[in-house]
Design a protein around this ligand. Structure first.
Ligand code: ZN
Ligand code: CU
Length: 544
């Protein structure tokens, strides 16, 4: 061995290497030189200016969060604290049909700009992903970012909030914008078919756009059209899009919403198996909680009542005739929503005009206000101009476990990365923002033994890297980018709860991003070593 071969910038000594392949862990030293892993093995004779004593700890590839919305917070929260503290070193953004980089300063995007307004961020990138990610690069980011192009935002750019199919000219304009996004380096094409305006599209529109994405080798990630009563049809639609466009499919945050739909995931997983047997590359992701969180109107307001956006919705909800019609439609679909019990399970998360409502159930608010819970929901939508989210405790723990056990399920937080300080800490976020990955390792590996440790780590690293076609990350091996997460398998655990979400987890000890220590003994160092990863058609990752 030459002398040079014994010198590293960083050595992680004596840890248990869980390498991200799903294989058996082994004890070894890991040597990092510059931004790469230079050696794995017995490095007793080697030295480095920086050494992490990792005996008793697991040394894994940095976690890849396959499903996030952190493009929303990157410009005001470059530290991405809630993600980094979970051991996440790469975040896939632009999910569910929403991409901040495609937003412009036109009036139609007033809703999206409300995410940024409290932090004084103005939309200066003119809806061009390349310019948005240039800005992100200038400000820095603690984790790497994998961008996607998003259908909902694209459609809104071209068609506004109109509930109809596109004209041929509009469709080709959307395809043009897709091509531009490909040039800007996106890895995936996402839809949010339950959200307006994604919900206004028919399957054919998505197929025509997915064909463009497929031509350039992107994958298709989808928030299904329905995760409740029509879950099975919605999965069928996703599989059809995959087959007809010839594109790899990722089912986002898979779940069956509402007690009467619990257990349907057995059926949908079987559909995934059948589609794979026929040659379609379909996989899925999940966050390990039995509650979800989204906009309050999602799954409540009939689709037609959302047309035109927030102003039009508020007009309808304050028009007595239309309001009655909307209520009648909702109750016809969900007779049980006339009873108070359901509304105990719907809890207001972020309500910027009514901060005192945050954390209260609709039932509780209805009692305080002396009105029917559904009336109360409609009132709050008007008061908040529809910019209000709610957690819904309507999933089943058994389903969570069924989906998590499935070999092709990877882990995705669905979070907008946040931090426990300043304005960010006033929002009542879902605990998944802070707890997703540690919760899988603590609760589902150590406590419930639902997964083995190598299996769980594979779902967080090797599997998502394979899905993305990220060749230089996701597996700990010589030559890979030095993204490394070191955790204590005996203590790793989420602490965030719905009541107190802004809590960092326990047991994530060190996070290394591109060879730089970004988290040290559980505390962020402030390093902004992440990159925006730009996909090249040759499928190797370069950075801006
Ligand atoms: Zn979603
Ligand atoms: Cu999402």
């Amino acid at each position: 061995m030459s002398k040079n071969a014994l010198c590293f910038d960083l050595i992680l000594r004596g840890g248990t290497v869980v390498d991200g392949t799903g294989g058996e862990p082994f004890i070894a030293d890991v040597g990092v030189r510059g931004e790469h892993i230079a050696a794995i093995g017995d490095l007793r004779a080697a030295h480095a200016p920086c050494v992490i004593e990792a005996a008793g700890l697991c040394v894994a590839p940095g976690f890849i969060d396959i499903h996030t919305h952190s493009d929303i917070s990157l410009l005001y929260n470059p530290q991405q604290t809630s993600a980094l503290a979970q051991g996440i070193t790469t975040q896939v953004v632009g999910n569910c049909g929403i991409a901040m980089g495609l937003v412009t300063d036109e009036p139609i995007f007033a809703y999206e700009r409300r995410w940024l307004a409290p932090y004084g961020i103005r939309v200066t990138w003119g809806g061009r992903l390349a310019r948005f990610y240039e800005l992100v690069g200038e400000r820095g980011t603690a984790t790497h970012i994998v961008p996607q192009v998003a259908h909902g935002t694209l459609r809104k750019r071209v068609m506004g909030m109109e509930r109809r199919p596109p004209t041929p000219a509009e469709l080709s304009r959307m395809q043009e914008l897709m091509e531009q996004a490909v040039e800007d380096g996106v890895w995936g094409f996402s839809t949010g078919l339950e959200y307006a305006p994604g919900s206004y599209s028919q399957t054919e529109e998505i197929i025509e756009l997915a064909k463009v994405a497929a031509k350039h080798g992107l994958f298709y990630s989808t928030h299904l059209r329905d995760e409740a009563d029509h879950l099975v049809e919605a999965v069928q639609e996703a599989l059809r899009i995959g087959e007809e466009a010839g594109i790899r499919v990722q089912l986002s945050h898979h779940k069956a919403d509402g007690e009467r739909n619990w257990g349907l995931v057995h059926r949908t997983l079987q559909m995934v198996d059948e589609a794979r047997a026929k040659g379609l590359d379909v996989m899925l992701d999940q966050y390990p909680y039995d509650a979800y969180l989204t906009s309050l109107l999602t799954g409540i307001l009939p689709d037609w009542a959302t047309e035109g956006g927030p102003d039009a919705i508020a007009d309808r909800l304050t028009n007595p005739t239309l309001r009655e019609q909307i209520k009648a439609e909702i109750l016809a679909l969900h007779p049980d929503w006339n009873e108070p019990a359901h509304w105990q399970r719907v809890v207001i998360a972020v309500a910027r005009n009514n901060r005192d409502l945050q954390g209260k159930s609709i039932l509780q608010i209805a009692q305080e206000r002396g009105c029917h819970p559904l009336e109360c929901v409609l009132d709050i939508l008007v008061e908040e101009h529809t910019f209000v989210s709610a957690a819904r405790f309507t999933l089943s723990e058994e389903d969570v476990q069924t989906v998590l056990r499935y070999p092709l399920t990877m882990i995705g937080s669905d979070a907008i990365a946040t931090a426990p300080l300043g304005k960010m800490s006033v929002d009542r976020v879902h605990p998944r923002n802070y707890g997703t990955f540690p919760r899988v390792l603590g609760r589902y590996v150590r406590e419930l033994r639902l997964l083995s440790l190598p299996e769980a780590v594979y779902k967080m690293t090797g599997l998502p890297a394979q899905r993305l076609g990220l060749r230089d990350r996701g597996i700990l091996r010589e030559g890979a980018v030095a993204d490394i997460t070191v955790f204590n398998p005996l203590t790793v655990q989420d602490r965030a709860t719905f009541e107190e979400p802004h809590q960092l987890p326990l047991g994530i000890e060190y996070v290394v991003v591109s060879g730089k220590i970004a988290l040290q003994q559980g505390v962020p160092t402030g390093a902004l070593a992440g990159r925006v990863l730009k996909r090249q058609e040759a499928s190797c990752s370069l950075s801006f």
